[in-house]
Design a protein around this ligand. Sequence first.
Ligand code: CFM
Length: 550
Amino acid sequence: MSAKKESTADLIADSAHVREEMLKKYPPKVARRRAKQIVINKVEQAEQVPEILANTRTIPGILTMRGCAYAGCKGVVLGPTRDILQITHGPIGCGFYSWLTRRNQTRPKGDGDPNFMTYAMSTDMQEEEIIFGGEKKLKKAIEEAVELFHPKAIGIFATCPVGLIGDDVHSAAREMEEKYPDINIFAFSCEGYKGVSQSAGHHIANNKVFSDVVGQLEKPKEGEFRFNILGEYNIGGDAFEIERIIDACGMTLHSTFSGNSEYEEFASAHTADLNVVMCHRSINYMADMMEKRYGIPWFKINFIGAAACAKSLRKIADYFGDEKLIERVKKVIAEEMVEVERVRQEVRERCEGKTAMLFVGGSRAHHYQELFKEIGMTTMSAGYEFGHRDDYEGRKVLPSITVDADTRNIEELTVEADPARYRPRQDEAAVAGLQEKDLRLGDYEGMMPDMLDNTLIIDDLNHHEAEVLMERYKPDVFCAGIKEKYVIQKSGVPLKQLHSYDYSGPYAGFRGAINFYREMDRLVNSRIFKYVKAPWEKNPELAGSYVWNK
Ligand code: CFM
């Protein structure tokens, strides 16, 4: 019987068999490990969900979707800032492949404002440096960069060989800072092999930006209702749409970490009155540390999905508690929703009942389910490449997460209240009022409570498991990244890149939602993919086997 004839509900109900199918190919030891990372969802009272194994090493031999710590630090967290001059200390490939492939955009405020994002800067390490050390070349690169650009700040990013040969990037940074006292120069020990995925790089980036940048400048932005967005990276222009909406609401976006951002906005971020967290995975450390040192509360928001965006705006307005602001936000939402609703209804007619799967890094596999729900599509299975248990099960599990050697490898900063600058932003009564309004400060409930019972939640999905999912579920759209794209499309299912958005976007906010609805409509209702014949279906397949010398 072909999978298409079964209803989506039947397919989801049968997830135990799909899971078995995935596991039976593995040797027993591997199967035991993977069994803990392939979980059948069940949401009980008080958002209780099953435990999942996450943030552990990929088993050697498995084709993972993950990236490295350098990617998480340089590419993800720092990459979208436009005026921190970034130097990759390493062989040229690391710098080149982390250069704008994520489609993070930026918009300098004036013509004369620096924008270093259009450059890929690297020490281009050679054999000579691997043998005799690369610090000299790094310092020369910094001198050259200063001569050319004289930036406000320079970030140095270590790649694998730097750690292996023992170059001290931090002392090089200190030395050069003495030489150029008006430039903030800092280095990241984000060698690719640190930790088990790019998640380690996020943490390393958070630590350094917190210790060396935030709090360096006492320059609050002018305007009312000042807050920071943490974990928004302006992929495909998302930040521009979010900025447009916040502006319309009359609120002041102090700084975004790090989409469309500037150094000085980071340096003075501690003067804002609230942090809202978009991507919990990549930046929750910063939110916690800023709360401890400066007293800035945070809560989770999501600008992906029109309803989620509206809800997030209402939450921010409620936090500030100003009646005029609350009214204005309501008005903006009402105005924006007219066009959103028109397109949504039209698209929904054609998309209702279709199915999707989402396997993205750490947050989008959760956030994008909102958009699918809005056009009547069901998420049959989802997972993160490198999320932690709290991204799946909610922050309530944080105390029970076991810290292994890989995690211990990443420094955990001890942060205390700043004696002069710690300032509670709300009194106790106000905080109690917020909790009543279901505004959960410092919390994230995770992805699993939002998913249907019996859906498969898969951590660090690999190629073999993706094939089983495709065969059994035949989704109408598969959401993942470039490494998966062509394998999936060759089997006749459209793949939407939720990392780079392919060539499209924005998808955040209200106009972003409209873009996404339209694009999904075109993808899931186009018949073109059904005509795709995979090469192995058209031509005889070459098969081989190994003969082992006994
Ligand atoms: Fe956060 Fe991201 Fe994501 Fe991420 Fe990423 Fe990304 Fe991502 Mo690609 S910061 S965890 S490390 S939302 S680059 S903008 S799309 S894997 S799901």
